[in-house]
Design a protein around this ligand. Structure first.
Ligand code: C5P
Length: 403
């Protein structure tokens, strides 16, 4: 799946050591299907050469507003008119200050002033420079002017210090640019999601779990953030990275057992939309042993189970109406081995929820691919086999219409 197909991106580069990551960024943007036109400031060329950027993007690199190769000598107009977005990575403190004041003394700054497309900046600088009131003022003004800031992040800096000001990693910048282009159908909405398996302890080292990878729930979290939502993700044990973490639009609570997942979910019930994607264990262990159970010859222990709470059912019981619509709008998931539509719809009615999504098996667990059957009171709709993130985006658009 290429998420930037047919997008024309002007990739600006200003002078900062993080420019050593810009060639990698250009490659990632192109892998996603974007065409990349690089524009470099004078200082940027001290850190990475135009030849490198040209070789990687297959396009001539522009460095001066006095470039004779542009027929009408108006590179700033030409380049900005054809672009879907201008992305500058790294953006130095100096360039931020210039852009916030509307100065235009080289090609890149002139291009930004003359643009009629969105501008996204990935700042990169030493922590003192980032914290300086002048830079903070620039950042504030740029945001007020409708410019999108990607990062910066906190961490190790080239100068040897640790703090705020690091450029986001190329993969994070790419993800955020992709997110920027998605439809904002959940703007201002709060979305709660359970994802992954649960683990029911038998003793301190043993337990019962299932094969859920968490990928579908995490993909829904990703797509919800892309659509503009604030996400609370309640994750069972899985080692997936938190999606779009650098946006600050996601909070993650890690839980182990179904009971913990139940408590964490109900504590966050004040939301517009609830996706119960987790494969919650139906039974927990009645009395988990405090110490590791010893093997006793060939005899096996009798383990007593207790029923776990049904998280989705309990959330559904709290639903109120807000503006004539259910709040939160609850979406369940179902994996069935036979008669998916029949059993999933029965489950939807039993749980008292407006929508259930059937995983059309059999290779859904752990796979990056899936296909879905979305069922509500009106009928069902199939979402054809695709990567889970792509399915999640389509599901989000369907659900957004309901709320
Ligand atoms: O039939 P089942 O109860 O497993 O239905 C699956 C749906 O219910 C899924 O959305 C799952 O996340 C949710 N569920 C839950 N708590 C449970 C069991 C299932 O939220 N204890």
């Amino acid at each position: 799946m290429q998420s930037l197909l047919n997008k024309k991106i002007v990739l600006g580069v200003s002078g900062g050591i993080a420019a050593y990551k810009t060639p990698e960024l250009a490659r990632l943007l192109m892998q996603e299907g974007a065409s990349v036109q690089v524009v470099m400031t004078e200082a940027a060329q001290r850190f990475v050469t135009p030849v490198t950027m040209q070789a990687l993007t297959g396009n001539p690199v522009y460095t001066s507003q006095w470039d004779k190769s542009i027929s009408n000598n108006m590179a700033h107009i030409e380049l900005s008119r054809s672009a879907d977005a201008i992305l500058i990575a790294p953006t130095s403190a100096d360039l931020m200050a210039k852009l916030s004041l509307g100065l235009a003394d080289d090609l890149l700054s002139t291009l930004c002033l003359a643009r009629d497309c969105p501008l996204l900046l990935a700042p990169a600088m030493n922590k003192q420079m980032w914290q300086h009131p002048a830079t903070q003022r620039s950042a504030q003004r740029l945001i007020e002017d409708g410019v999108t800031l990607l990062g910066p992040a906190s961490g190790f800096q080239a100068c040897g210090e640790v703090g705020m000001g690091r450029m986001l990693e190329p993969a994070e910048i790419t993800e955020q640019l992709i997110a920027f282009f998605q439809k904002k159908t959940l703007l201002g909405k709060k979305v709660l999601i359970t994802a992954g398996p649960t683990f029911e302890a038998i003793d301190p080292v043993r337990g019962i779990t299932n094969q859920s990878s968490g990928k579908m729930g995490f993909a829904i979290a990703h797509a919800a953030i892309e659509a503009g939502a604030q996400v609370q993700l309640i994750a069972g044990p899985c080692d997936l990275p938190t999606p779009l973490e650098a946006t600050g639009k996601i909070a993650r609570t890690n839980v182990i057992s179904a009971k913990e997942m139940h408590a964490a979910t109900l504590a966050n019930i004040d939301c517009d939309l609830f996706f119960a994607v987790a494969a919650v264990a139906d039974w927990g262990i009645a009395k988990p042993a405090k110490e590791k159970m010893k093997r006793q010859g060939i005899s096996a222990p009798n383990i007593e189970f207790t029923a776990n709470p049904d998280i989705l059912l309990d959330v559904a019981k709290t639903v109120k109406t807000k503006g004539g619509k259910p709040y939160p709008y609850c979406v369940g998931f179902a994996a069935e081995s036979t008669d998916l539509e029949k059993y999933a719809d029965e489950k939807r009615k039993r749980k008292g929820i407006p929508m259930i999504v059937g995983n059309i098996g059999p290779d859904t667990f752990g796979s990056d691919l899936n296909q879905l059957l979305v069922i509500d009171s009106i009928g069902s709709k199939k979402i054809a086999k695709a990567e889970k993130l792509q399915l999640a985006r389509q599901l989000i658009q369907l659900v957004a219409k309901k709320i």
